[in-house]
Design a protein around this ligand. Sequence first.
Ligand code: GLU
Length: 501
Amino acid sequence: MIEEKPRVRFAPSPTGPLHVGGVRTALYNYLFARQHGGKMILRIEDTDRTRFVEGAEQYIIDALNWCGIDFDEGVHCGGDYGPYRQSERKVLYVKYIEKLIDSGKAYYAFDTPEELEEMRERGDGNQQYDASIRGKMKNSLTLSQQETDRLLSSKVPYVVRFMMPPERVVKINDVVRGKIEVDSSTLDDKVLLKADGMPTYHLANVVDDHLMKITHVIRGEEWLPSLPLHVLLYEAFGWRLPSFAHLPLLLKPEGKGKLSKRDGDRLGFPVFPTQWKDPQTGEIAMGFREEGYLPQAFVNILLRLGWNPGTDQEIFSMQEMIRTFNLEKVQKGGARFDPEKARWYNHQYIQQMDNETLAKEYLKILHRKGHDAPEEMALRITGMVKERINFPAEIWDQSWFLFEAPRELDPKVMKKKWKQDTPEIIRGLREQLAGAENFQPGALKEVVSDYIHSNGLGFGKVMVPLRICLVGKAAGPDLMEIMEIIGKEETLSRIDRALNP
Ligand code: GLU
């Protein structure tokens, strides 16, 4: 049971476009907040200036907006706990770091990069800056107060390190992972304040979660190794711990390894919600939006990547997600991204979409292809092919033959379905069609069936070759409708071309 109204945050670093995994983290936070009538906060964690990417923050805001994930407080909408961009909270962090130093829980360190390298080498390159070594390094624990003060007032670069408490078993109960125990002697004295005067992720993250009164930290599994340090920081400050829930990794379609952009490039699916243009290289990475995914479908895909309702329900509206989502049913193991299943979700949502909206999209595609059609016709074609499509752009793939004659007749189908007696059969049918006065589906169906019956032919022996003549392949929407739309003249001319290639 949750006694107080939860406050959760999505805290991305603006280092590039948001990966699907990031959007899923935002979604789970959002669903949790909305279900419990809590607050959803967007905090930008930009203390690592070396990884800062221009435009990434706006991208994150816009992409989440497209997904229908909105915020109550944040960098873009304000709130009582701001500023919500960490680079604007620098002074505040310094104050908290000083508190730790004053209480002996953190210390200044003046080691140069060379000295640190040398230290690492002492343990075959694995030596950490920890209790076993801190007494041998250049820091405020080993130097006199006087020397420390002198170095601090000179321009010598320094960092502030957390003094990892010795021999502590840190016990944490993660909502997803269950009980976790970590021996503090395996952990190092992490840097809290960097030489550039910026706090590290760990310090800023913990201070902000406390000051912003975050009740539940819901984030990706990659942050699990940082959890013991965070817990000890809360303890060092004497603050109450929030609840933690670490979400499973998103895995490659093959099931092993973390899903990356390279997998998307390799297998032809996007890993970003919307298109991203790299400000440095100008390179464009595709987004789910540009590939034709509907935002509701995209969000539904993410819902099921790591969360299982325990029933066989697959399709959830946002309202249903908010009603049913719970952290207890988030799985521990990684969630495999299945591109096929992703398309299936979009297909389901496309079927729910109204034909008018789809037809508008279709008209745009037609114009791009140099064709036009009356609105009514666009609507009719949309209705004819809707069942076969996963994306709006596929209406064209399923209907181009209504505007252009096939350039070739699929050789594989020809080999299988175009028999020795086919030309004669099709010639006979052509004659009947040429004589038909009414070229509407009902009348055409009669002409074709009469021809089939009066000649004692099989249905397939006529229909399949006729389809090959008209569309070049064996599949597609209703043939009578196709004939009506392209008209008598075009129907006959396509038949003639197939008969006399
Ligand atoms: N800034 C971290 C990130 O980019 C946030 C991790 C957290 O939620 O604590 O994912």
